[in-house]
Design a protein around this ligand. Structure first.
Ligand SMILES: NC(=O)c1ccc[n+]([C@@H]2O[C@H](COP(=O)([O-])OP(=O)(O)OC[C@H]3O[C@@H](n4cnc5c(N)ncnc54)[C@H](O)[C@@H]3O)[C@@H](O)[C@H]2O)c1
Ligand SMILES: [Zn+2]
Length: 343
């Protein structure tokens, strides 16, 4: 698959052993970034692979988790790059989930104003979502992803084999985003997921990942800077983000998005904006993938306060994403005051 953006085009290899397509080009060395969980299992063989390609490999292993996606984390990486005399013709390779990918991409885009970046996503969420689209980010104390760049990789290598070691909750989180994409863009894919049986995962995983990626690809192409079509990928994310933040991250991102999709659809359906029965279809599929569907007892006023500061609110208007029906997402601009009356 080839991703076309106004910044550049790049290949996404989705298959068993996709790294066979890696081309060293003019690079002499790479910084191979991973986290402790992924590194423990995959760092040694991947490092070996790049060395056999004639590259000098420096490794950089972060603690797993959001806290590592920080300016301090980025700065540590800059010092290593400088210490090892990395120049613009060397590269950075991310091997891990979205945390490793976002942080490495951010460093790759800013060190010496940009060096080649390669991504090997190892979580389902990173494989279907975070690894394409070119968004990089670090977190600040005030919130997630507040500092970042748009920077496209040279290539993305997706091997579903890595998912065999991914914990179940993390698998469910990836499915939350996949269900979001199907619900918003592709009714046939939604139906396929409805019939999906866990024991068939190994046979179907390439196809499922490819369908999700294709939806993301279409949504981002022609909208690299996140203002039109791509917004529809935020289905479930407006309320989801606020819940995630207000619960102090007791809900994982995927769980919060699942709850956000249900909550917004329930309300839009009640208002006649969404085809009757859609909420029930969503609930059924989310339950099937072990995702929560019952909005917790939280103070909606606090949720609204958090939303007010959400960077996605442009001025006083929220670009709400609702479903017209399964497979058709719509942007529904609503004033903040009107929206807060919904709940
Ligand atoms: N750039 C984007 O467009 C974009 C899109 C969505 C999400 N994100 C970002 O991605 C991050 C979330 O990504 P994530 O869910 O991959 O989180 P993550 O990177 O924290 O990975 C989740 C956990 O799974 C472990 N893990 C990953 N792959 C594994 C494997 N193959 N085997 C065993 N363990 C494995 C990790 O060590 C970690 O503990 C967030 O920071 C989010 O902001 C970015
Ligand atoms: Zn998300």
């Amino acid at each position: 698959m080839e991703i076309k953006t106004s910044q550049k085009n790049y290949p996404v290899y989705l298959e068993d052993h996709p790294l066979k397509h890696f081309k060293k080009g003019s690079m002499d060395k790479i910084l191979l970034v991973t986290d402790e969980n992924v590194g423990k299992i995959y760092l040694a063989p991947i490092k070996d692979y790049f060395q056999t390609q004639g590259l000098e490999v420096t490794t950089f292993v972060i603690h797993p988790g959001e806290a590592s996606k920080s300016l301090i984390g980025a700065e540590k990486m800059y010092h290593v790059l400088l210490g090892e005399h990395f120049t613009k013709s060397d590269g950075i390779v991310a091997l891990g989930g979205g945390v490793v990918g976002d942080l490495s991409g951010f460093v790759a885009s800013t060190y010496l104003r940009g060096l080649p970046f390669y991504n090997i996503p190892t979580s389902l969420l990173a494989q279907v979502d975070a690894s394409i689209g070119g968004k990089t980010a670090v977190n600040l104390a005030e919130g997630k992803n507040l500092v970042g760049t748009f920077y496209q990789p040279e290539a993305v290598f997706i091997d579903p084999y890595y998912l065999e070691t991914l914990p179940e909750l993390r698998m469910a989180e990836g499915f939350s985003e996949i269900i979001k994409m199907a619900a918003g863009f592709d009714a046939d894919f939604f139906a396929q997921l409805n019939h999906f049986l866990k024991e068939n995962w190994e046979d179907e995983r390439l196809e499922i990942i490819e369908k999700a990626l294709t939806i993301k690809q279409h949504a981002i192409e022609g909208d690299v800077f996140d203002n039109g079509q791509r917004l529809k990928l935020n289905f479930g994310h407006t309320l989801g983000h606020a819940l995630e933040k207000n619960s102090e991250f007791t809900y994982s991102h995927g769980e919060a998005v699942a709850l956000g999709m249900v909550a917004i659809t329930k309300e839009s359906e009640r208002r006649g904006l969404t085809k009757a029965g859609t909420t029930q279809q969503l609930i059924a599929i989310l339950e099937k993938f072990n995702l929560p569907t019952t909005w917790p007892e939280v103070d909606m006023e606090e949720i609204m306060d958090t939303l007010r500061f959400d960077k996605k609110g442009r001025g006083d208007t929220i670009q709400l994403v609702i479903l017209k029906e399964i497979g058709i997402a719509e942007i529904f601009p609503v004033s903040f005051d009107a929206f807060s009356m919904w709940f």
